[in-house]
Design a protein around this ligand. Structure first.
Ligand code: ADP
Ligand code: MG
Length: 244
């Protein structure tokens, strides 16, 4: 059996005496798309941040591509290069053009030469439908365009997995669709994805699995038609009823 691309075992995370993650077990196979849903404060962002070690787990293990991130001897930079992350706030460099936002991390982190970085940047801007914005500055773009640039920037690093933390929550409603379309394309291409989102239509249509978190634990984990369509747990039902 091949190992899951992402594996979380007995994960706990506390901030002081606030235990935010209380024992999370999760596996995501290669090419699988998993949407994580749940109320605000349930620990969704903390879970994602533990998966690329932006937060250090208090207890438990995290594996990405079979390598243990939580092993003190792991080459964390090498493992992190397998992981692309997209945040609610796009975090583009405001003083750099769109294409420079894509080439700089490739040059700095992957040590790619100028021509290669430029070629990969152009390919990925094309993928997200923004080739014509290469020379623009982020401030001149809509929020949806900025988020697509952020996705292209992550893709240019050649990640094996992509983590999304509420990528459309900061966008005006009319801009959400274009970003979700790019994510749908990635899912169709077979990218392994972990997506924290409130977009239930996306979760239903694109996710292979939906994970419902509440109070720092996984309450329900299953097919979207089960977790969203026919939740077994009262807490899941209550959460979903408030979204409608
Ligand atoms: P969600 O993404 O589901 O809304 P979070 O993971 O952001 O939840 O937060 C869960 C809990 O962890 C919240 O109570 C939050 O205040 C706390 N928390 C998150 N990050 C930190 C931090 N860096 N320091 C202290 N507390 C934090
Ligand atoms: Mg969050």
């Amino acid at each position: 059996m091949t190992r899951p691309e992402i594996e979380v075992r007995g994960l706990h995370k506390s901030f002081g005496d606030n235990e935010v993650l209380r024992g999370i077990d999760l596996e995501i196979g290669r090419g699988e798309v998993v949407c994580v849903i749940g109320p605000s404060g349930s620990g969704k962002s903390t879970l994602l941040r533990c998966v690329n070690l932006l937060e250090e787990p208090t207890k438990g293990q995290v594996f990405v591509g079979g390598a243990e991130l939580t092993d003190p001897d792991v080459d964390i930079d090498a493992v992190r290069r397998r992981i692309g992350m997209v945040f609610q706030q796009f975090n583009l460099f405001p003083h750099l053009t769109v294409v420079e936002n894509l080439t700089l991390p490739q040059r700095r982190v992957l040590r790619r030469d100028k021509a290669t970085a430029a070629k990969v940047a152009a390919e990925n801007l094309e993928r997200v439908g923004l080739a014509e914005k290469a020379s623009a500055y982020p401030a001149s773009l809509s929020g949806g365009q900025q988020q697509r640039v952020a996705i292209a920037r992550a893709l240019a690093m050649g990640p094996a997995v992509m983590l999304f933390d509420e990528p459309t929550s900061a966008l005006d409603p009319e801009l959400v669709g274009d970003v979700l379309a790019v994510m749908r394309m990635l899912a169709d291409e077979g990218m392994t994805m972990m997506v924290v989102t409130h977009e239930m239509t996306f979760a239903r249509e694109v996710a292979d699995r939906v994970v419902f978190m509440d109070g720092g634990v996984v309450v329900e984990d299953g097919r979207p038609e089960d977790v969203i369509g026919n939740p077994r747990n009262e807490r899941t039902r209550h959460f979903l009823s408030r979204l409608l």
